[in-house]
Design a protein around this ligand. Structure first.
Ligand SMILES: [Zn+2]
Length: 275
């Protein structure tokens, strides 16, 4: 009896001692903020869903996500350039069917409100290199950038590189467990651009979220699996949407669509957060 009691006591002590580190290992991510990184009007949404709603305009939003992990801060997408905030009428697109963007708030001011300095950001991962997602990458010159090699190597206008060559970078070829504990995972979803990626975040209370980038642009397009006319690879776009559906089912995750204003209107914006 005595020995059994001792063993039981020792085991209880052991499990108590190991409980916090196990819990921490389970999900080191503890906060996610949605930042307002742009608001605009899409001129003709049939651009994103060919043949459907021709000539119809729709409000779009542009989100950045600030994620806190016990080992550091991470940004997912950096939104439209903060410089647009200073333009009284925003940035009109070259093609009126595209999106006329405004920036009611800067990214810098939203970070400041939270007491987070740009130099506090350890990792920046971007869904893809369109200007409404990479506008402020160089606000974080010290942060390790996670980008697919296919995206990094994709020549920009006039063959220009898409990032400053001196920016620290990890070029990915597929998925990546960012913090090594399964709490934040980059999911390769090519098609919209050559190296488009999405982000799976597992929060302790909210549960799993899948942040789409532009693998899907708005809810009805997701429901109908619409592939935008300007996507780099339409076959891969469709395959990536199927992959997203599979991840949602497997992880019981919510789908958060970056540009979907109707959905964002139902979500808490920074300084409120999800945990
Ligand atoms: Zn976009």
């Amino acid at each position: 009896m005595k020995i059994v009691g001792l063993i039981a006591a020792a085991m209880a002590t052991l499990s108590l001692a190991s409980a916090p580190s196990l819990a921490q290992k389970k999900s080191g991510v503890d906060k996610l903020y949605i930042l307002d990184c742009g608001e605009g009007i899409a001129g003709d949404i049939s651009r994103w869903s060919p043949g459907v709603n021709v000539g119809k305009s729709m409000p779009f939003v542009d989100n950045c996500y600030l994620i806190h992990h016990t080992t550091g801060w991470m940004m997912w997408d950096t939104g439209l350039s903060d410089a647009i905030a200073a333009m009284p009428d925003g940035q009109a697109p070259s093609d009126p069917r595209m999106t006329h963007w405004k920036r009611p708030k800067t990214l810098a001011s939203q970070l400041e409100q939270l007491g987070v300095k740009p130099s506090d950001i350890k990792f920046v991962a971007i869904s893809h290199t369109h200007p409404d997602h990479v506008g402020n990458v160089e606000m974080f010159p010290q942060a390790m950038l996670f980008v697919q090699k296919a995206e990094y190597d994709w020549p920009g206008a006039n063959n220009a590189p898409r990032f400053k060559p001196e920016h620290p970078v990890t070029k990915l070829e597929g998925d990546r467990d960012v913090f090594g504990d399964g709490s934040v995972t980059i999911i390769s979803t090519p098609g919209h651009t050559p190296g488009h990626q999405s982000l799976l975040v597992k929060l302790p209370k909210t549960g799993a979220l899948l942040l789409t980038g532009d693998a899907v642009h708005f809810k009805s397009n997701w429901d109908n699996r619409g592939v935008p006319e300007s996507n780099f690879d339409k076959g891969k776009s469709a395959a990536s949407m199927q992959r997203i559906a599979d991840v949602l089912a497997k992880e019981k995750a919510q789908l958060w669509i970056n540009h979907d204003k109707a959905q964002r209107d139902t979500l808490k914006m920074s300084p409120q957060f999800y945990d």
